[in-house]
Design a protein. Structure first.
Length: 81
């Protein structure tokens, strides 16, 4: 995959997930790139994970596993208990 195709695919996939890819240079599949979800959480994921796996916002994943209900509410987590 060339640099332009990889970066374009990464931005397209991020948009389909409701995210914004903050990377402006393709660094390859095994390098972490910066993303921002619709709620404004910033996180990094490997391009391969975003392009091939069913990813989720890392902050949301951490909050989903949190046993502290108030922590989830403070971050506007929309999951149930």
């Amino acid at each position: 995959m060339n640099r332009m195709d990889g970066l374009a695919r990464l931005h397209e996939r991020a948009g389909a997930l409701g995210w914004r890819c903050r990377a402006d240079v393709w660094q390859g599949n095994r390098i972490s790139d910066a993303f921002e979800c619709a709620k404004g959480h910033r996180f990094e994921r490997h391009a391969t994970t975003v392009l091939l796996d069913p990813p989720e916002c890392l902050q949301r994943a951490v909050l989903a596993r949190s046993k502290k209900r108030i922590k989830r509410l403070n971050y506007h987590f929309e999951g149930g208990e």
